[in-house]
Design a protein around this ligand. Structure first.
Ligand code: SF4
Length: 107
C-alpha cells in the first residue's frame, strides 16, 4: 500500500512543521512600527489648545485626500516619522492629520 506512513515520512513532516513554526515565530516577532501620535498639547497655552480644538484638529484625517502633508500650512518635520508643525495650529501636527483650516498645496 502506497498510503502507509513510514518513519521517514513522519520525520520529514515533523521537520517541515518545525521549520514553519520557526518561520512563523520570527515573522510574528517583527513588530510593526507604532503609529505616530501627535496629540500632546501639555506644553501649549490654553488659548492655543482652544484654537486647536475649535479647528477640530485630528491626528488621522477623516477627509479623503486631505491631510496635513498636502496642506499649505504644514511645516514638515526635520526627520521622517516625526510630528511636524503648522502655521495655524500650535503643537505637534501629524502628517496624516487634518483640521478645518486645511488649504490644499498648489504645487
Ligand atoms: S492648517 Fe490644519 S490641515 Fe493644514 S497643516 Fe495645519 S493642522 Fe493640518
Amino acid at each position: 500500500m502506497a498510503d502507509k506512513l513510514t518513519r521517514r515520512d513522519l520525520l520529514q513532516n515533523a521537520a517541515t512543521l518545525g521549520s514553519i513554526a520557526v518561520f512563523g515565530a520570527v515573522a510574528c516577532s517583527k513588530s510593526t512600527p507604532a503609529a505616530l501620535v501627535c496629540t500632546d498639547t501639555s506644553s501649549l497655552a490654553p488659548a492655543d489648545v482652544a484654537i486647536r480644538t475649535s479647528l477640530a484638529y485630528v491626528d488621522t484625517s477623516t477627509e479623503p485626500g486631505k491631510t496635513c502633508t498636502t496642506c499649505q500650512q504644514f511645516i514638515a518635520p526635520a526627520a521622517a516619522g516625526a510630528c511636524g508643525t503648522c502655521k495655524v495650529v500650535k503643537g505637534p501636527i501629524n502628517p496624516g492629520g487634518y483640521c478645518k483650516s486645511f488649504v490644499p498645496k498648489t504645487t
